[in-house]
Design a protein around this ligand. Structure first.
Ligand code: AMP
Ligand code: MG
Length: 492
């Protein structure tokens, strides 16, 4: 059914705990990601979609070659260090190779308690499983590195959550890695240098093989991780994605978006927007994400210092240099990304202030982030009635009108005409995002009526969120005041 080829389970037992199977009453597949299965090329979709497949994917039946483990990790949660977290509601079934040779983890979320569950039940409600499935599919469609959802399994029983009993679900996901910054912190907290070395070796061999000849692999690894995180966080900013829980245990060592809890996309642009109910102080607000990314990488650096240089001062100097590189790289990707979003192919000194003033106008005018950039993508170098579609996004056009004039003045310096520029802009400014109210709507319909039409509609547009489709125009609408989601919950 699954051609397992496991490597993490070969690491010393300190890295994980073997996970016994937990029964669930009536596992059934709610959605199987057939397109992804096809692209992977090595998993048998008919077998996975069968009754036995459902039991395996619910973590309730053994599969040949699977070696279920719960991974050990630590992490800073909202700035506070917890030396012992680990997979409390997740299990790594094993790894497999895709047709292109890429090695993936096959991971279940919500399949039952593990030794790391602490007070939790190890289970997941269907709602958050649907949310992760939808949002991670969109991330992939937006071409942002992410873990991928392979299936939603219903467990057939209920889990108790704040709002009462909810149907239970398991999210089956694949990732190039489930090693996190927190995995390094787990061993550093125990002053277990030998395991840290083993972990660096493992990660370099599996994920960054070109570093195996590096004179200081730990430093090379740090640099590579910084680069991936810089790209990742910059790209989140450019689509208005707020992760919501950027704890170090949710920072992937390969730079994939991982652990979609109370994540949300900006509706109206607000620099300091926070959705998550548990983020009381706004630590993980939209505009803080780049800086928090650096802070998290600093925590990775802490764990690597002894492997970088026995002289701590020299080690610190080395990692500081690399962290500066994160800031520069992020700045470069962001600057280029913002320029592309407003249709500028050339680079000119005042471009970032032009973008900054657009964002200010959007904040003042309560303009929808996604719709504004998409509407801008349709405008020509000469003012005409099409401008009204953009202006309609603003409660007051006081700031956007002069901005449009400045933007057009700047377009004079551009070599390309309207058609080319508009085409380039629609390739970077999505028409569709997983709007918070739409995702909520899909979850509510699933709960109340086992109606999955809205879920499937979202999954349709997630495949290519840059292409406008009339049939799904309702998914591109900003929420009304009644529909707007103001707060999101972890809720799993
Ligand atoms: P998160 O912030 O969602 O990535 O989770 C932080 C930690 O809490 C991880 O160690 C999770 O495994 C654990 N956790 C979250 N929800 C549950 C649950 N329902 N049961 C057990 N552990 C959980
Ligand atoms: Mg997590």
């Amino acid at each position: 059914m699954i051609p397992f080829d496991n490597t993490y389970a070969r690491l010393p037992e300190r890295f994980y705990a073997h996970q016994p199977l937990r029964g669930v009453p009536a596992p059934s597949i709610l959605r199987l990601n057939e397109r992804l299965l096809k692209a992977l090329g090595t998993l048998d979709s008919a077998a996975l979609g069968s009754r036995e497949g459902a039991a395996v994917l619910a973590g309730a039946a053994a599969a040949p070659g699977a070696e279920p483990i719960a991974m050990a990790y630590a992490g800073h949660q909202f700035g506070h260090f917890n030396p012992q977290l680990g997979d409390g509601r997740a299990v790594l079934l094993g790894e497999f190779l895709a047709g292109d040779g890429t090695r993936y983890d096959l991971h279940l979320k919500g399949s039952g308690a593990t030794v790391f569950s602490r007070g939790g039940d190890g289970r997941a409600a269907l709602g958050p499983v649907i949310r992760e499935y939808v949002v991670s599919e969109f991330m992939a469609g937006l071409r942002i590195p992410t873990t991928r959802a392979l299936a939603i399994v219903r467990t057939g029983d209920t889990v108790l959550r704040q709002r009462g009993p909810e149907p239970g679900g398991v999210l089956v996901r694949i990732a190039e890695s489930h090693v996190r910054v927190g995995t390094f912190q787990f061993f550093a907290a125990r002053q277990d240098l030998e395991s840290l070395r083993t972990l660096v070796d493992y990660v370099v061999r599996r994920h960054y093989p070109s570093l195996s000849d590096h004179p200081t692999p730990a430093l090379g690894l740090f640099e590579a991780v910084c680069e991936r995180q810089a790209e990742l966080v910059a790209r989140w900013q450019l689509v208005g994605f707020i992760h919501g829980v950027m704890n170090t245990d949710n920072v992937s060592i390969v730079g994939e978006t991982i652990d979609f809890g109370p994540c949300a996309f900006l509706d109206a642009y607000e620099a300091n927007k926070v959705f998550s109910s548990i983020d009381q102080r706004g630590r993980y607000a939209y505009s803080n994400q780049p800086m928090i990314g650096a802070w998290n990488l600093g925590r990775l650096a802490d764990t690597l210092l002894p492997l970088i240089d026995e002289d701590e001062k020299r080690a610190i100097a080395a990692v500081e240099g690399v962290l500066d590189g994160y800031v520069k790289r992020l700045g470069t990707v962001l600057a280029a990304g913002w320029r592309a979003k407003v249709g500028l192919a050339l680079e000119q000194p005042d471009d970032q202030s032009l973008v900054g003033r657009l964002l200010e106008a959007m904040e003042q005018g309560k303009a929808d982030f996604t719709r504004t950039f998409r509407a801008l993508s349709a405008l020509g170098a000469e003012a005409d009635t099409k401008d009204d579609a953009l202006r309609a996004e603003f409660v007051s056009t006081k700031a956007i009108d002069p901005w449009l004039a400045d933007w057009r003045a700047r377009l004079q310096a551009e070599p390309q005409g309207d058609a080319l520029r508009q085409a380039a802009m629609t390739r970077v400014n999505p028409a569709f995002i997983p709007r918070n109210h739409q995702v909520e709507h899909a979850i509510r319909a699933a709960y109340d009526a086992e109606d999955y039409t809205r879920l499937d509609e979202l999954l349709q547009v997630a495949r290519d969120p840059f292409t406008w489709r009339d049939a799904y125009a309702h998914l591109a609408l900003a929420p009304t005041d009644d529909e707007e989601v103001r707060q999101t919950f972890c809720g799993t």
